[in-house]
Design a protein around this ligand. Sequence first.
Ligand code: ADP
Ligand code: ZN
Ligand code: ZN
Length: 705
Amino acid sequence: KRQTYTVPDGMELGQGDYVRVPLGPRQMTGVVWQVGGNAPDTAKLRAVAERHDCPAMPALHMKFIDWVAAYYLENPGQVLRMCLRVPEALAGERQQVAWAASGRVPDKVTAQRQRVLDVAADGLARRASDLAAEAGVSAGVVKGLQEQGALKPVTLPALAPFRDPEPGHNPVTLSAAQEVAARSLRAAVTARGFSVSLLDGVTGSGKTEVYFEAMAAALAQGKQVLLLLPEIALTGSFLRRVEERFGVAPAEWHSAVRPRERERVWRGVATGEAKIVVGARSALFLPWAKPGLIVVDEEHEPAFKQEEGVTYHARDMAVLYGSLGGFPVVLSSATPSLESLWNAGRGRYAHVALEARYGKAVLPDVSLLDMRRQKMPGGEWLAPDLVQAVEQTLQAGDQALLFLNRRGYAPLTLCRTCGFRLACPHCASWLVEHRFRAKLACHHCGHEEPVPKACPECGSEEALVACGPGVERLAEEAATRFPEARIAILSSDLSRGAMLGETLRDIARGEYNLIIGTQLVAKGHHFPGLTLAGVVDADLALETTDPRAGERTWQMLAQVSGRAGRGERRGRAIVQTYMPDHPLMQALAAQDRDRFIEHESEIRERAMLPPFGRMAGIIVSGEDRDQTQRFASSLATMRPQASDVQVLGPAAAPLAMVRGRHRFRYLVMCARDVDIQAYLRQWLSGVKPRGSLRLSIDVDPYSFL
Ligand code: ADP
Ligand code: ZN
Ligand code: ZN
C-alpha cells in the first residue's frame, strides 16, 4: 500500500530508506518510495516514526519490485513484503558480549568450573550460553566465573563478517568443450551488460564447473553473484563444492536458514559484503547492492514458481532483474524448458551447449519396458525384467535406483465392503496413507488423521485396503524382493535438512546400494557408483490436465535416467510404461531430445500454449459453493470484448475444494504479442470480492488444479 507521510524535524530521509510508520492503530515497516512532492492536505498526514539504521534499498531493487508487481498484477506492497521478512536486520548493527578467560583464578575451582576454564583456555571469546553448552554445565556456573572475574567480557559484532571469495582459488582444468562454453559465459560477464545464456548440457557434462567460471568473472569485478537452485537441490555437498572452488562458504538463503543467519545474510547482501549467495527463489528479493550475475541452475524446475501469496516465477524474474540492472543471467539445465529453448532458438538467449559427459562417463542406455506384456500380480509394481536388472546390478557391487514420484504408502484407501474412499474433510482429494508415520495425510492442506481400524462409513473391521503404490510401498516390495539390499528411501516426508544431507552422503559413500525415491532423487545428485535407474511408472505424470505434462514427464525421466552411469561404469535406465509407442517414450528411448522438443512444440503451437502464446489463470474461491459460483459467473458478464483474447470458464477447478474453500477457474489465453496484463487489469481492477470470496490471478500459470 502506498501512503504519504510527513518527515519530522531533524529526520533525514532519502529514497529507499527503511522506516517505521503508523498505519491505523499499528506501526508498520515500510520503504520510502519517493521524497518530496505536494500532498493535498498535509495537516491530515501522520509523521514517520523512525528511520531504521541500515543501508537504503537500492533504486534498482525498488524498480524491480514495481515491475514484478505490474507483471503479476499484484499490489507493490505485497511484493515489498517479501523483501521485509527479516525485521531484525533493519535494527542496525548490534553488538554482543562474549566471554574469554581472564587468567584470574576463581576462589573455588569446582570440577564444573574447571571444565569451563578448560574450554576457555584457547583464548577465544564465546557467548555465555555457548560456553555453558560446550563445557556441559549450567548457565549458573558460567555466571559464577563471570562474577569472580575469571571470565572477562569482550564485545563482538553480533553478526560474523563475510570473507571475500577468491575467483581463482581452486579452478579445475576444463575440457576443450567446457572451455569453449566457459569462454562464452565469461565474455557475457565482461561485457557488463544484460544478456541471457542458456547453458544446455547433458547430465554430468560439467555445467556446474562451467558456470563457476562465469561466477569467478563476476567476483573479479567485485560484484555479487546469486546462484538460484530449487530448494531441494540445496544440499550440503553442493555448498561444499562452491566453497572448494572459491575458498569460502557461500551465504545460504532458504526456508531452513535460522533467524540469526538470515539477519546476517540480509545485511551482507544489503551492504554488498556477501559476495556469493546460494539460495532458493526468494533470494531474488534480498536487497542486492551490487548484483553482477544470476545463475539459475535446473532452470526447468517448476519449483521456481511460487504458488502461494505473490505467484511469481523466479527464473523469469531473474531475467527481468538482469534486464533492469544491466547484468548477465545464466540459465542452466540438462533438460531446458520449452520457453528457454524457444528464446534460444530465436536468438534472444545465447545457446551454450555441452554435448558429452565429462571424462569417461557416457550417457546411459535407456530401454522401455512394455508393461502390457509383463505378468504383474496385484499389489506388485516391479516387473520381472526390472527385478532381474536390479539383481544383476546389486550382484556386480553397483548401486541401483528405483524412482516413483509418489509420496507415502498408497495414494488411496478404500473399504472392501462398501467401496467408501477416505477423503480429506477440507479438500476435494483422497487421503494418502503414510505408513511409516501411521497417518493418513492430505497433500493439499496438510490435514492428518490416524488410520482408522474400521470403515467410517459401514463400520466393517479390517476392510480398508490400500490402493496403488507410493514410495513406501515400493520399498516394502523391494525389501522382500531383494532381502540382501541396503535400502535408502528418499522422500521429502522422510528426509529433510540435515538428515537428508547425511543420507545423500551415505549413498555417495556406497553405504546403501538400493535407493528408492520420489523426485527428490532427480535433482542433480552425483552418485558415481549408481549404474541402474529404474522408473516404476513413467506414465504417472502424463495423466494430468497440465499442458506442460509432456514436458514435465520428459524432464523428470531424462533427469532420473541421467543419475545412472556418472562414474566409470556405463549406466542404463529401464522405464516401465503402458504407452511404449507414445512419441515421448520413443524419443526418450532413442535419447533424441530434438525429436521430443519438435513433437511437443507442434502440439503447443497448434493450441497457442506457451511459449507460443500467453496464459493466465483466474481462481475464484469462497466458503459457500453457490455464492462462489455466482460470483465466478458474474465476472463473465464484465469481461471486455477482445477478439485476440480467448477466455475459458468459469469451470469448477479440478481440485474443486481446498481448505474448505470451493474453487472455480478461468483460463485466459492470447498470442504472445497481446498485453495480457492490460486485458486483465481492464477486466478485474474494479472487482472487489466481498465476504469470504477471493479472487486471485496467476500470470503464466504452472498449476492447473
Ligand atoms: P552437471 O552439472 O552438468 O551435471 P557437474 O558439473 O556436476 O555436471 O559434473 C559432473 C562431475 O564431473 C562432477 O563430479 C564434477 O566435479 C566432474 N567434473 C566435471 N568437469 C570437470 C573438470 N573439468 N575437471 C574435473 N572434474 C570435472
Ligand atoms: Zn465400508
Ligand atoms: Zn486437505
